[in-house]
Write a protein of this length. Structure first.
Lengths: 557, 96
């Protein structure tokens, strides 16, 4: 990523900059307009738990559709071919459906304000504090990654010096979140979702025409990369080789189950969007509504990666100074889009960078203020104090994010970096959640040690066993999948053992937090119209699963 | 019900988001109408080089029209099903 080729400068003109300028004005406007709706800390951190499901659902998918994801998945498409669809159809969809149908009643119904806060009530302060600190640190790191990646891209595409990009984007994110809190983050995410689609759809259409349609694309790539490049499963038998460097078992268990469930069900930057929904039904529908756009996103992200590979066969192979896989989408923008749509594309990319960063910042300020500051440092102050603290924490978080931007520079493929982090932090958290939600007996100590041992096990596996060559795995991605499985198994085993030797919490204190129990006051009347058939969570969830499975058919034979 | 749940319920009662937050459909609709008009005009006045670059598709025209239609759909939706602010002293559970 840090070596975007010199020749990537886009031929932008005044029209494109006018489009970009309008967007920045609207972003700030949303911040100022949302400001008057913020009265309590709940308004600031969770939009007063009052947003409709379609807004939280689109924000849920957009919070994940940051520019690092878009450029990174197009890069994976160019590097690994059709195997990239695994991140969507087996990776994201089952986990999102599980979050909506199984976990959301506990999250939303128990009225917790964050994912770590659930740990506080289910397990106790030690696992709560540990996960809060890990989350706070990782979200600031990832915000920094985003900012750094953006500076690199803007320098290559627009010729902006890196510090200008960092300061401008950092300032806008800081301003609109400090003013309007989560509401302005979510509104900007919904807006960004539509703008990025308005950029990617024309890009894909023109690109497909350039390479001779879908048939032209598959013919060229089958010729240059072999038939397996355009299948999802060929060569994934254990012991066989494929571009991804993973077999079907590590794909299904590592990526599909452990890693994706860890990311989608416990990453507060995502779950926060669902917690801001107006009632339990809307909260359950949030990830389910998000699942449908998610199924089709590879069409406008992975396909452009493949198109770029046909147009620029040297992509990723020309050494340090040539075009990198991450340049796939910028190359298409440069070669195919005239001024006008080009401005929309630049705006969409910039909006996606800012939204990706904003999602991390708005979840960071919530966890830091509620779960660290209010829970352990300054307890029992009045609400206005925590609202003010939240605003300050936002500013400090953005500034630290700017400072940590340089950490991203040690990995060439940004997705690898992010996923490595997620496999270390989210998977053990998922183990603790899933066991804590379904096993009444598991104890506070088990939660803490499960979390710690799982995180350490993943790091040992990745940095020692894999990086030092103790075990052989063909690629970083494959090693990520294996590390996730290791984290899951070690975390779960430690939890079971520790539970045997420690005392369980009383049944009353677990009401509403464990499967088969309800908290008093959890029963909530459904909102008007929530019983319509198309709003039934089970139908939406299973519909998404069936659709994702059907999408595999053309890539499986 | 435990203490933190009572605290969240209290904050929910005092919350002003449902009553005061503007409707995002207005923003999406407005921005896409503006963008749609700008990009459509760029499409109508497109040079031969622009069209050739986009593989003989007048991509500005089509994208502009598409954005215009999407923007208008949001504004029509807002007109047909406007936001209903919650009645005072009632749980904020219906705003369309």
């Amino acid at each position: 990523m840090q070596n975007l080729a010199e020749g990537l400068r886009l031929p932008t003109n005044g029209l494109d900059y006018a489009i970009l300028g309008i967007y920045f004005a609207v972003v700030l406007g949303i911040g100022f307009a949302a400001r008057r709706s913020v009265k309590t800390s709940l308004d600031f951190f969770l939009s007063g738990r009052s947003l409709p499901a379609w807004v939280t659902g689109l924000a849920f998918v957009a919070a994940n559709l940051g520019a690092t994801e878009i450029l990174g998945m197009a890069a994976n498409g160019a590097q690994y071919g059709a195997y990239t669809v695994h991140w969507y159809w087996i990776g994201a969809i089952p986990a999102m459906v599980f979050l909506g149908l199984v976990m959301m009643p506990f999250y939303y119904g128990s009225k917790v304000r964050s994912v770590p806060e659930f740990l506080l009530h289910r397990f106790g302060p030690s696992s709560h504090l540990l996960s809060s600190i890990i989350f706070a640190v990782s979200s600031v790191l990832i915000a920094g990654v985003n900012l750094y990646a953006m500076a690199i891209v803007l320098q290559a595409l627009l010729g902006w010096p890196q510090w200008v990009a960092i300061v401008v984007a950092g300032f806008f994110v800081l301003a609109y979140i400090t003013l309007g809190g989560l509401s302005s983050a979510i509104y900007n995410e919904v807006l960004q979702f539509f703008v990025i689609l308005a950029a990617l759809i024309p890009l894909t259409i023109v690109g497909l025409k350039r390479v001779g349609g879908w048939n032209g694309l598959t013919d060229s790539l089958s010729g240059s990369h072999g038939d397996a490049f355009l299948t999802a499963w060929k060569g994934t038998g254990i012991g066989e080789s494929n571009p991804l460097g993973a077999n079907w078992l590590t794909i299904v268990l590592g990526l599909g189950f452990v890693m994706s469930f860890g990311y989608w069900t416990t990453n507060f930057a995502e779950v926060q969007r669902a917690l801001s929904a107006k009632n339990l039904s809307a909260a359950k529908r949030t990830p389910l509504i998000a699942a449908f756009p998610k199924i089709f996103i590879p069409l406008v992200v992975v396909v452009p990666g493949l198109i770029a590979l046909v147009m620029e066969p040297s992509l990723g192979k020309a050494g340090k100074d040539g075009l990198q896989y991450n340049d796939a989408i910028p190359v298409l923008m440069r070669d195919l889009l005239p001024n006008g749509v080009l401005g929309i594309a630049v705006t969409g990319l910039l909006a996606a960078f800012m939204a990706g960063m904003a999602a991390n910042v708005s979840s960071f300020n919530t966890v830091f203020t509620n779960d660290i500051w209010a829970a352990y440092l300054k307890k029992n102050r009045e609400d206005a104090y925590y609202l003010k603290t939240g605003r300050w924490v936002t500013a400090v978080g953005v500034l630290i994010g700017m400072g940590t931007a340089f950490i991203a520079s040690s990995f060439s493929n940004i997705m690898n970096y992010l996923q490595t982090l997620f496999s270390f932090f989210n998977v053990p958290l998922f183990v603790v959640f899933i066991i804590g939600m379904f096993w009444k007996r598991t104890t506070a100590a088990a939660g803490f040690w499960g979390l710690l041992s799982g995180t350490v096990a993943a790091m040992v596996n990745y940095f020692w066993f894999y990086k030092q060559g103790v075990i052989t795995i063909p690629s970083d991605q494959g090693a990520n999948f294996v590390s996730s499985i290791v984290a899951f198994v070690v975390g779960a085993a430690v939890m079971v053992v520790v539970t045997m030797f420690t005392k369980s919490k009383s049944a009353e204190s677990l009401a509403g937090l464990v499967y088969g129990t309800r908290s008093p006051g959890m029963t909530e009347l459904p909102g008007e119209g929530d019983d319509a058939w198309y709003r039934r969570p089970a139908l939406l969830g299973w519909g998404a699963i069936v659709l994702a499975a059907a999408c595999y058919v053309p890539f499986s034979f | 019900m435990s203490d933190y749940q009572r605290e969240v319920e209290e904050l929910e009662r005092e919350s002003t988001t449902a009553a005061r937050l503007f409707d995002v459909r207005r923003i999406i609709g407005g921005l896409f109408v503006v963008y749609g008009v700008i990009v459509t005009i760029a499409g109508i006045t497109a040079s031969d080089a622009d069209i050739k670059k986009a593989q003989d598709i007048n991509i500005n025209l089509w994208t502009g029209l598409g954005m215009l239609v999407l923007g208008l759909l949001f504004l029509i939706w807002l007109k047909l099903r406007p936001t209903v602010p919650p009645a005072p002293d009632e749980p904020a559970d219906d705003q369309g």
